[in-house]
Design a protein around this ligand. Structure first.
Ligand code: SOE
Length: 373
């Protein structure tokens, strides 16, 4: 079967992560349909040429609309600032392209709903890549198999520290118009997606948000500042439809922590604990074991019987951040063949967006808010 021609829009950090996935997926998953790095699109022509050369994209383009109009493009992959996702995804889907999109899907549930609607007839996926950490998928399987029994509490945190670095230039992630929100869309979205994958819909939320600095020194204009109008930190309490209680903490001001993404799940039969800073490991406590022998069981989730790992390296040979994107793409390609769409689709991402919107309303109105899920 002919390879699928991919057009990537965006050449930032995620453009790099996705480019690597396109380059690698056929090496680890040779049975799947091939993908071809056909064209990369970005606004800065000079940077784009260098990016295309490094990541071996065949062509470059500076106008995303021209990509959507082309007959030879099968997949449009969107890695731009969040505010551009909706227009691009809708245009791509309406042109009959498969639509892949970075998280969060959009700046609001209204936008995300339009995207999901437009993409009903085309394969689509949102890159919530942490679903594909083997330890996270193993945790999901264990929860769904009932290994923890009834789940009482879910505790998650996504911690970064770069908000406290005042040498950084102004960036779209700090602008509400471009990013929709701050830590909420950027980091909390990951936590909410993982949590709902484990436990189903979140029914209601109560949240607090803070912007610690509403302006920051602009390194490119000494003595000047640039504005920050998004949340630096968001703290959320939540109740799932199944009765589980949860807390979510997402912050760019966790000074001392670079990129921790943690959860702990407490059920009647035991506990699971994960942290991205140790992504090859899942911690498990079996509360039904003899009390004097109970302790934390550290599972090295690198195969042979673990999700994804067996396809990548041999057991005990560690996996990294990049494999989460490779595995997400592999799932998407496998879904094209099986007819079972890979999750999360734009429909799933819309549910996440509904929770993010409710969190925002709750923080502004200082009250519990129902998500509608
Ligand atoms: C932000 O710093 C960021 O790059 C997020 O946008 C990604 O989704 C997260 O995985 C890593 O951190």
């Amino acid at each position: 079967m002919a390879a699928l021609n991919v057009a990537l829009i965006g050449q930032g950090f995620m453009g790099k992560a996705h480019s690597n996935a396109y380059a690698q997926v056929g090496h680890f998953f040779p049975e799947l349909r091939k993908v071809r790095r056909k064209v990369v699109c970005g606004r800065n022509r000079e940077r784009l040429a260098a990016f295309a050369k490094t990541w071996e994209w065949e062509q470059v383009e500076t106008d995303w609309r021209r990509i959507v109009e082309r007959d030879d493009i099968d997949i449009v992959d969107i890695c731009t600032p969040n505010a551009l996702h909706a227009e691009m995804a809708v245009a791509a889907a309406e042109a009959g392209k498969m639509a892949l999109c970075e998280k969060p899907a959009a700046n609001s549930a209204v936008e995300a709903a339009a995207m999901a609607e437009a993409a009903k007839g085309v394969p689509n996926m949102v890159w919530f890549n942490y679903r594909r950490v083997p330890a996270v998928e193993l945790a999901r399987q264990l929860v769904h198999e009932g290994k923890l029994g009834r789940i009482f509490q879910y505790r998650a945190a996504y911690l970064q520290e770069w908000g406290n670095d005042f040498t950084r230039p102004a960036a779209w992630r700090l602008s509400k118009a471009a990013a929709g929100s701050g830590a909420n869309g950027d980091l909390n979205s990951h936590l909410i997606d993982t949590a709902m994958m484990m436990l189903g819909p979140i029914r209601e939320v109560s949240a607090t948000m803070e912007t610690f600095f509403d302006e920051k020194p602009d390194p490119s204009r000494p003595g000047e500042t640039y504005p920050v109008d998004v949340d630096d930190t968001v703290l959320t309490q939540a109740r799932f439809a199944n009765g589980t209680l949860a807390t979510f903490e997402a912050t760019r001001f966790a000074v001392g922590v670079r990129n921790a993404n943690r959860f702990e799940i407490h059920g009647e039969k035991g506990m699971l604990r994960f942290d991205l800073e140790e992504l090859n490991r899942l911690h498990y406590v079996d509360a039904s074991a003899e009390k004097r022998l109970q302790g934390t069981n550290t599972i090295m989730v690198t195969g042979p019987d673990h999700p994804y790992a067996a396809k990548i390296w041999r057991p005990g040979h560690l996996l990294g951040y990049e494999h989460t994107f490779i595995a997400a793409l592999a799932d998407f390609l496998a879904g094209l063949e099986s007819g079972e769409p890979a999750q999360p689709t734009l429909d799933d991402a819309l549910q996440v967006q509904r929770v993010l919107d409710a969190i925002e309303i709750s923080a502004h109105e200082r009250r519990w808010v129902e998500t509608g899920l």
